[in-house]
Ligand binder design. Structure first.
Ligand code: HEM
Length: 416
């Protein structure tokens, strides 16, 4: 008897239903599949978009600001459930884009940040010192999600009021992690309250003495067209700095802790070889990028890897896939601290590349140094290890909760 013909699932057509938002655990596996079978894939889900997966293709998309534009409307995938203000520079295109970055970058340069380093160290050291004697904590909620907002709020924005900081943390959380889960009416309220706060902050700063910080840079500098930014533009720039400053470093920290517990011997080896901390942070961020995808819209017809993308089509560049593309990385899934060429996509690439990457890397180095100096034998407290939030568009590996246990480590020689 002849066996009936079984219809083989067509991998490509199955993948074509891919959504922009994927459960955490499936996103990496699907990224591997897309890299091998359909690196430029069209999905009809979420209003239709192209998923670009290969490292080389994302490089070419992200470096071409003329062909692939950014923006707050008609670019994001899926569409935003709430009306967002214009957020320069991330929503800007040339020539505005470069000129806004020029206002901010002097305050986020390695030189400017070296002046902030003692303050960053102080914030992190005190938080870790409070947790050390407890022997356990939720390292996502008690540390990772606490220090980056504190650094942004106090050291970049020059603010102190703890209640204000808590309100900002609430709005950021609602409008990033909660963006597709919360009731749209609550999101609209959160956005409206945040807009009001941002505008009041701008007004407050216009009426106080200048202090030569990033807020002054935005208030008093000139952009394309030889004009200052409007109050609404300054408020938008502050909002995206807040998004960038609050959440991404938090997720990178929790992801690093997970990696450190998972890699046998890594904790004690890094304690003995602290010069390798930056490479370990980088490699953890390659394998678990906090921002997994970024959108663009094609300004005109263009061919990528044999596929014609039409003018107006939306694209989602999949950093998660690019960071494990075998054409770019040898043994891409291995945690390897001696990669010679490291064109990691975690902070993006091209003109919109993360302007806060130096601050993020500095903060991450310091938090890992302080963890290694004050805690030892970190382990997961519960068998389920960590609670990660599902991907919400543009994000992945967002860690909500990470209960861990450890022993306090008394500072030894070499640590003040
Ligand atoms: C581990 C931490 C971080 C990660 C993974 C990250 C990731 C990214 C990525 C992928 C982009 C590129 C977006 C695109 O091309 O569309 C970006 C842009 C940006 N990031 Fe970050 N970021 C981090 C930390 C920060 C911090 C600490 C700040 C603020 C101080 C910040 C502020 C920004 C801003 C303002 C942009 C827009 C730049 C532009 O459009 O020219 N980020 N970030």
């Amino acid at each position: 008897m002849v066996a009936p013909e079984v219809e083989q699932p067509d991998e490509k057509s199955e993948l074509a239903n891919i959504r922009a938002m994927l459960p955490t655990e499936t996103a990496k596996g699907l990224s591997r599949q897309m890299l091998s079978s359909c690196p430029v894939l069209h999905s009809d889900a979420d209003g239709g978009f192209w998923m670009i997966n290969r490292h080389a293709d994302i490089m070419s998309v992200m470096q071409d600001q003329e062909a692939f534009v950014n923006g707050n409307k008609g670019v994001r995938v899926p569409d935003e459930p709430v009306e967002r203000p214009y957020l320069p520079p991330i929503d800007s295109n040339p020539p505005m884009h470069r000129s806004v970055r020029n206002l901010e970058s002097p305050y986020l340069s390695p030189k400017a940040l070296s002046a902030l380093e003692p303050g960053i160290r102080r914030i992190i050291r005190v938080l870790v010192a409070d947790l050390a004697p407890l022997g356990r904590c939720d390292i996502a909620k008690d540390l990772a999600q606490v220090f980056p907002p504190k650094i942004t709020f106090t050291l970049l924005f020059g603010l102190e009021d703890e209640d204000e900081l808590e309100r900002l943390r609430h709005w950021v959380r609602m409008l990033s992690y909660g963006r597709y889960e919360e009731d749209p009416a609550d999101l609209r309220n959160a956005q409206a309250e945040w807009n009001e706060w941002n505008h009041a902050f701008v007004t407050r700063r216009r009426s106080t003495a200048r202090r030569d910080d990033i807020i002054d840079g935005l208030l008093y500098g000139q952009v394309a067209g030889d004009r200052p930014l409007t109050d609404a533009e300054v408020a938008g720039a502050i909002e995206i700095l807040t998004f960038g400053g609050f959440d991404t470093t938090a997720d990178a920290t929790s992801n690093f802790v997970v990696r450190m517990i998972d890699e046998p011997g890594l904790e004690s080896w890094l304690r003995e070889n602290p010069e390798h901390i930056p490479a370990a942070v980088e490699e953890a961020m390659r394998l678990e990028p906090p921002v997994t995808t970024r959108p663009r819209r094609a300004a005109h017809d263009v061919v990528i890897n044999g596929q014609t993308i039409k003018a107006g089509d939306r694209l989602l560049c999949n950093y998660l896939a690019a960071n494990i593309d075998p054409d770019e990385w040898e043994a891409p899934d291995r945690f390897n601290l001696s990669r010679r060429r490291n064109r990691v996509m975690t902070f993006g690439v091209g003109p919109h590349r993360c302007i806060g990457s130096t601050l993020a890397r500095l903060s991450l180095r310091i938090v890992v140094e302080e963890l290694l100096a004050q805690l030892q034998d970190l382990r997961f407290e519960t068998p389920e290890r960590e609670r990660r939030l599902s991907i919400s568009a543009g994000r992945w590996r967002a860690v909500d909760s990470l209960p861990v246990q450890y022993r306090p480590l008394v500072r030894g020689e070499g640590h003040e």
